[in-house]
Design a binder for this molecule. Structure first.
Ligand code: NI
Length: 136
């Protein structure tokens, strides 16, 4: 089953049924880039998977930090004055209010933790803005 953005399959599974979230299985269920899928929630936060390839858009999140953990591949998080390179197994927290862009030369799979309701494109908006609360 490939979940389309906006679908909400899976929400009840992990927590209510006391099942682990199999990240590799979840990653196999979607292919589009820059479209995060929620796999779990904790308190007011969501854990998401995303596939990145190419350049995202410059943006910032005025109200929240944003955590990235690379599961497979390599990515960059660039700021106006620095670039952070992340390899598989690396984690980085983008500070709130700091303008940034994510990039990956080749497809990269990452896990994101951020508060529910955060737009992936932050203040920038535009065509790469992903639907909220799309579960996989
Ligand atoms: Ni961001």
């Amino acid at each position: 089953v490939t979940a389309s953005p906006g679908s909400s399959i899976g929400r009840a599974d992990a927590t209510a049924a006391l099942q682990p979230v199999a990240l590799r299985d979840k990653l196999a269920r979607f292919a589009d880039h820059w479209a995060p899928r929620v796999v779990a929630e904790l308190n007011d936060y969501q854990v998401k998977l995303v596939k990145l390839q190419g350049d995202f858009v410059w943006h910032r999140h005025d109200d929240t930090d944003e955590m990235f953990l690379v599961i497979e591949g390599e990515m960059e998080i660039a700021f106006r004055d620095a670039t952070v390179r992340l390899r598989e197994g690396d984690l980085f927290v983008v500070p709130r209010g700091r303008e940034h862009i994510t990039r990956a030369k080749r497809e990269c799979h990452a896990l994101i933790i951020e508060p529910r309701g955060v737009a992936n494109t932050g203040d920038a908006g535009g065509r790469l803005t992903a639907p909220q609360d799309a579960w996989v």
